[in-house]
Design a protein around this ligand. Sequence first.
Ligand code: AMP
Length: 294
Amino acid sequence: MDKGGEGGKFSANKAMKTISSVKELKENIKSWKKEGLTIGLVPTMGFLHEGHKSLIDRAVKENDRVVVSVFVNPIQFGPKEDLSTYPRDIERDKKLCSDAGANILFNPEASEMYFKDASTFVDVEELTEGLCGSKRPGHFRGVCTVVSKLFNIVTPDKAYFGQKDAQQLAVIKRMVRDLNFDLEVVGCEIIREEDGLAKSSRNTYLSKEERKAALILSKSLNKARNVLSEGERNTKSIKRVIEEVLNSEPLAKIDYVEVVDSITLKPVEKVEKEILIAIAVFIGKTRLIDNIIF
Ligand code: AMP
């Protein structure tokens, strides 16, 4: 690995580039490829936190060069969702990326990413039918389309995604396999606040009271883990336990609680193989997701 010297990792990091044009990004990628350098990609929607940073840190460790994309992708938001209010702070994001050792922050406008008459989209079937897929129609089509475009533009050796968005990670892995993308998808563990709340850009929407109430998500999953450890294998009972905990919090409104096979994402009745317990809960108006693998 190229770690230093002229044009090497340390000098390159000091001068992290922020690029908003696809053409310019491709030129940089081309010259890295000519040098035989490996490339890691971390796709994000910005307003970066420790969860994103853990992905960037890992990418910096495992690749010669790292591209972080910050793009609030309009086509993955539903008409009633929070596209216009999604938190943004590109200056803070630049500092976090640069401090973490990223080489390029790619921050395009929507008009740079999508042709006005764009007519090609990527749809992953089956895996997107349940969980967030059924609650957010068109969401994964938007995610898979933008991630495919980023893969084609950056041609990374490895791309980093968080287990926080468990369905997204499974869907992207399937897409990479099905479409023969020549890269490795690396899944990274969920980073949490000290009290257990999964870090999320959307946590910033929460009032003080809601922030306290939001703890109920991780609490309910911990309870589920406990009953599983005690030998419970009936997923109806496990769901009931989670729902009881969530319903004890007046500010929480369940969107879904599901126990599914961790690979197929199909609901299971009895826990026999590795399962994913995924929940989506409104705390006030803010929709939060969390999950555990068992
Ligand atoms: P987002 O900016 O929310 O689209 O997230 C960008 C990437 O960061 C996705 O792969 C997420 O799964 C990942 N991510 C977000 N929050 C966390 C977290 N708390 N821990 C680990 N990864 C995360």
